[in-house]
Design a protein around this ligand. Structure first.
Ligand SMILES: Cc1cc2nc3c(=O)[nH]c(=O)nc-3n(C[C@H](O)[C@H](O)[C@H](O)COP(=O)(O)OP(=O)(O)OC[C@H]3O[C@@H](n4cnc5c(N)ncnc54)[C@H](O)[C@@H]3O)c2cc1C
Ligand code: SF4
Length: 540
């Protein structure tokens, strides 16, 4: 009898081991298919579920044998594991009742059934940002699932296809098995002034290269893939608006992360090799980190039942716009990181003996103001969520753009203020090895003292955390991902411009100014104000 979770894990792992050694090679099927025998509940279950897969990952010019045990990769796995543990510890926040399966499922796999569900996504994201201080990697998959719910429904409506039913079957499977889904939208894109069919090399955008009665084969690549190696399944989606010439590139499908033909080349992060050194002070945040990789697809097979778009090029922009609408508001995740950085800045001011100085307090207020401004736009976007034809809820687009646009700027200013408060040691601090050295160590303990009663090691740890978030490993998540993830700043400005209804606003002004003979037709294609002023829940 298996009495505890760890007994059950041992049994399941033994079973999987036997399966991999004796059965799988003869059947030529993916390990992701095997995982259905086991339901993942805790972070530890999740970590075990990643073991023994046959992923082809290059890092430092070598193939990685087991990513779970690689010291540079492990912090990113720990961050995803926390999304499982939070759902166990705080069930209401990080899980939801799914009417698709009738189960309580992890919120990252839930299809939003109300605006309240969208709000709770944001609350969960802020909490996870606070708990990990990094990118916890699961929102791209969550936002891909939610945007595909309505897009597949509307493709079927026009083309009489059956993508939505297939998609719901996929959702049922991932909800039941409690799996991690990666969202792969960004292609390498080559010459940015050209579309997919115009590139010299057609592989610069992922495309269909062959098909048969069982499914299709895709080739190309996906760049900057957050958490791809830590995912069980990855959803491939187009990244730009497509034309009729781009039909081969109009493809959406789900593949197991360990599908045959997929190669990953691991992305470097600033100071990443510190996690391969002894000790844990210099890491800044030794437990948690993010992950990105370049994902190369060489004739990767996708069976028909996992294909959710195939040739309907005119729906690529709908999918992208809905995905980015969800995802740009998901960037409230960064307010959780902002909370950590504000806390670190306040702590170092205290350790330095100046917690009550007026300009320090004012800087902490400014950091808080910026951080809450990001949160305000994101959570308001979710509160204004509305029901789509398929039944899923979509948050308000204009405020999602504003949220993400603030994210492209405010974390940089918050980081600048944190570095101001921290002092120069944030970049000149000697290593942990010197701190532990019998001769150098005592010198450091004497000269790196702050105010009386503060442990020098604690001071070092907080300075390293500030370095980690503003210059080091987690600056990838806090800064540059804030800039480019879910689209670079100009992409939000274009969306805001499309929806700003200048004609309508000019009429408001003319009306109050008494201009009666020059009223314009408000011609912007925007439902923003309809949604702002709507008083009843209806499909808009
Ligand atoms: C840390 C991180 C994690 C990410 N995670 C994911 C993920 O999980 N999944 C995913 O699909 N993507 C992911 N992305 C990708 C992200 O969406 C892209 O980085 C973003 O869309 C910008 O694309 P790019 O990096 O190719 O930059 P580019 O497109 O090269 O942009 C660089 C600059 O050129 C401008 N530009 C580009 N093309 C044009 C044009 N045609 N006309 C005018 N200006 C142009 C842009 O506005 C920008 O200022 C991630 C990115 C980062 C940095
Ligand atoms: S950047 Fe934020 S929204 Fe995107 S996956 Fe990471 S934690 Fe989630």
């Amino acid at each position: 009898m298996l009495e505890s979770d760890s007994d059950r894990n041992s049994f399941v792992n033994f079973y999987l081991y036997c399966f991999r050694i004796f059965i799988q090679p003869r059947m030529n099927i993916s390990v992701a298919n095997v995982e259905q025998f086991k339901t993942i509940r805790t972070g530890e279950d999740y970590i075990q579920s990643l073991r023994g897969r046959d992923l082809k990952i290059y890092l430092f010019g070598e193939l990685v044998k087991e990513p779970v045990d690689h010291p540079m990769i492990r912090p990113s796995i720990n961050a995803v594991a926390e999304t499982y543990d939070l759902a166990v510890r705080e069930e209401e926040l990080a899980s939801a009742h799914s009417s698709i399966t009738g189960l309580q499922v992890n919120r990252f796999l839930h299809i939003a059934e109300s605006a309240h569900d969208l709000v709770l996504q944001n609350k969960m994201q802020r909490k996870l940002g606070q708990n990990t201080g990094t990118c916890f990697q699961r929102c791209v998959g969550m936002d891909a699932l939610n945007s595909l719910h309505s897009t597949t429904f509307e493709i079927d409506e026009k083309h009489k296809t059956n993508y939505h039913k297939r998609f719901l079957e996929f959702v049922k499977m991932v909800q039941k098995e409690n799996l991690v889904i990666g969202g792969a939208m960004t292609d390498p894109k080559g010459d940015r002034s050209k579309g997919p069919a115009e590139q010299d090399d057609p592989d610069l955008f992922t495309r269909v290269v062959a098909k048969d009665d069982k499914g299709i084969y895709v080739s190309g690549a996906k760049a900057h893939q957050t958490g791809c190696i830590n995912s069980h399944w990855i959803i491939l989606m187009p990244t730009v608006r497509l034309t009729e010439n781009d039909k081969d590139w109009a493809v959406v499908g789900a593949i197991p992360a360990d599908a045959k033909g997929v190669t990953y080349i691991y992305g470097r992060q600033s100071c990443d090799t510190r996690s391969m050194e002894e000790g844990n002070i210099d890491d800044g945040n030794a437990k948690y980190g993010g992950q990105e990789a370049l994902m190369i697809l060489d004739r990767v097979f996708i069976p028909w039942d996992k294909i959710f778009m195939h040739g309907e090029y005119e729906f690529a922009s709908m999918l992208i716009e809905r995905f980015t609408c969800y995802h740009r508001r998901s960037y409230v995740c960064k307010t959780g990181l902002g909370d950590v950085l504000i806390g670190a800045a306040a702590t170092i001011a205290d350790y330095n003996g100046i917690p009550n100085v007026s300009h320090i307090k004012d800087k902490l207020v400014e950091m808080t103001h910026l951080n809450e401004t990001i949160f305000a736009a994101g959570i308001a976007s979710s509160y204004l969520g509305h029901k789509m034809k398929s039944g899923v809820y979509l948050n308000e687009d204009m405020l999602a753009q504003v949220c993400k646009h603030n994210v492209t700027r405010f974390p940089y200013e918050i980081s600048r203020l944190a570095q101001d408060i921290a002092g120069g040691l944030v970049v000149t601090l000697p290593s942990e090895k010197d701190f532990r050295h019998p001769v150098a160590g005592p010198m450091l303990k004497k000269y790196l003292k702050g105010r009386k009663g503060v442990d020098v090691e604690n001071r070092m740890r907080v300075l390293r955390l500030i370095e980690n978030m503003t210059l080091g490993r987690n600056a990838v998540g806090y800064l540059t991902e804030s800039m480019h993830g879910a689209g670079s700043p100009q992409a939000q400005r274009i969306q805001m411009q499309r929806q700003m209804q200048i004609g309508y606003k000019k009429n408001l002004a003319k009306n109050l100014a008494g201009v009666t003979n020059d009223i314009e037709k408000p011609n912007e294609p925007s439902d923003y104000f309809n949604r702002v002023f709507k008083t009843k829940d209806s499909v808009l």
